[in-house]
Design a binder for this molecule. Structure first.
Ligand SMILES: *[C@@H]1O[C@H](CO)[C@@H](O)[C@H](O)[C@H]1NC(C)=O
Ligand SMILES: *[C@@H]1O[C@H](CO)[C@@H](O)[C@H](O)[C@H]1NC(C)=O
Ligand SMILES: *[C@@H]1O[C@H](CO)[C@@H](O)[C@H](O)[C@H]1NC(C)=O
Length: 430
């Protein structure tokens, strides 16, 4: 069905108005009521028929078409929420279930107070106050989470710049964490940390990117959360800011990716097996002040593509994996993400194609780019331009409704915020 723009807008309006008062599920007895704010509630246990039209059935048909042509309606300004404003110079946000209660909790890293903290998901759309894991990560830039000691609990990792440290914090269960356990201090200005099974032995190893020594390195997990000394992958990523890992050549071994600022480079390192890596394979040198690298299959061809955010040219771009260990030249998604700091990818509208998200720090913007299928992207869809010095973006289903919500770290507001995705409500999914 093709809908004209104006009729789409009208339908969107009608459907959001109707959504306020039609509650199709979970109603025990039918009623009509008006609350003190003047909202009219019609709670039906069967159909709602308006002049002969079954309103709910109609909306269930129309709304998916509206979402398809106007995906911007899934994020609305009144669904912006603050988690904390007590993460001083917030640099990084991550989300995962830390207390194994089935709800996704939130992690923050803040540079000025050297803090890694978490916020418990109460399961009703609210979060606990800040729970500090450490203040020993001096000038922390990034937080990541993974079960490092294979006990079924997700542990926490940090990369901190001022004390040149890659460290982890063991999840002891019940929401408590160990003191900082240092993995390496042989990282000059540590910027990024990631975890992946690089030697195919079933446990998660750790990767680091450090700025001043231009280094991408890894640390072999002995299986119990103790790690080998540093194994260098390259020292040729000049001002290495970001590290990521994914199987790029579909050989069952996880390869490594880097983004480095001064040589404007996105590169990969082929996993040769047995924990050895190829020399650097350059994907692009067109990412001026490259800040962030990510990977996802954007064109649904079974090969994992690569994404970058670069600050000096304000670019969010991707590189198509040709399937033969080579990549396309840079395909720009946006060159209007002013001082692009972070890129992330996730299917935000549940259409089976992975969309792209960006955080840009000069225009305080969190935006997403709708994947129109086979790797063509929409113009930017702005979620907010009020994320002051947005430095990090992440997606996770925080309200357990089957769609992915968005998170940001807003450095100049010391804030971690989330943006509720209303797709499931629009589609009447509970
Ligand atoms: C039914 O309507 C009332 C208002 O009378 C509202 O407070 C309540 O949340 C509704 N119940 C359900 C299950 O939607
Ligand atoms: C959400 O859950 C928390 C913790 O159980 C509780 O303190 C709070 O009042 C609840 N908030 C709402 C809006 O239900
Ligand atoms: C770039 O983004 C800014 C703010 O985010 C917006 O005002 C402007 O119209 C955009 N420019 C283009 C060419 O898209």
């Amino acid at each position: 069905m093709r809908l004209r723009r104006s009729s789409v807008r009208l339908l969107a309006l009608i459907s959001s108005a109707l959504l306020v008062w039609v509650v199709a599920a979970g109603v025990e007895k039918p009623s009509i009521a008006v609350d003190e704010d003047g909202t009219l509630f019609i709670n039906a246990t069967n159909r709602v028929v308006l002049n002969g039209v079954d309103v709910v059935a109609m909306l269930k048909t129309i709304v998916p078409a509206v979402v398809k042509t106007s995906p911007e309606i899934i994020f609305k300004a009144h669904e912006h929420h603050t988690i904390t404003t007590n993460a001083l110079l917030a640099r990084s946000v991550h989300a995962t279930d830390l207390d194994n209660d089935g709800h996704i909790d939130i992690l923050s890293a803040s540079y000025q107070d050297d803090k890694i903290a978490w916020y418990r998901n109460n399961g009703n759309g609210t979060f606990s106050t800040q729970k500090v894991i450490t203040t020993d990560a001096d000038g922390v830039h990034l937080v990541y989470a993974a079960d490092l000691n294979q006990d079924g609990l997700v542990d926490v990792l940090s990369a901190s710049q001022k004390d040149n440290k890659i460290a982890w914090y063991r999840n002891n269960g019940g929401g408590s964490f160990s003191a900082q356990i240092v993995i390496s201090t042989d990282v000059s200005d540590a910027f990024s940390v990631y975890a992946a099974d690089l030697d195919n032995d079933g446990d998660l190893d750790v990767l680091s990117a450090s700025l001043y020594d231009h280094k991408i390195a890894w640390y072999r997990n002995n299986g119990d959360g103790t790690f080998s000394t540093q194994i260098v992958i390259t020292t040729n990523a000049v001002y290495a800011r970001s590290v990521y890992a994914a199987d790029l050549d579909n050989d069952g071994l996880i390869d490594v990716l880097s983004a480095s600022a001064l040589d404007e480079k996105v590169a990969w390192y082929r996993n040769n097996g047995g924990g050895s890596f190829s020399t650097q394979k350059v994907i692009t040198t067109d990412a001026d002040d490259a800040r962030s690298v990510y990977a996802a299959d954007l064109d649904n061809d079974g090969y994992i593509d690569v994404l970058s955010a670069s600050a000096h040219d304000n670019k969010i771009a991707w590189y198509r994996n040709n399937g033969d260990s080579s990549f396309s030249t840079q395909i720009v998604i946006s060159s209007n993400a002013s001082q692009a700091d972070a890129v992330y990818a996730a299917d935000l509208d549940n259409d089976g194609y992975i969309d792209v998200l960006s955080a840009s720090s000069k225009d305080n913007k969190i935006a997403w780019y709708h994947n129109n299928g086979r790797g063509s992207f929409s113009t930017p869809i702005v979620i907010t331009t009020n994320a002051e010095k947005a430095s990090s973006v992440f997606a996770a289903d925080l309200d357990n409704d089957g769609d992915l919500d968005v998170l940001s770290a807003n450095e100049n507001e010391n804030k971690i915020a989330w943006y509720r995705n209303q797709l499931s409500q629009l589609l009447f999914q509970e």
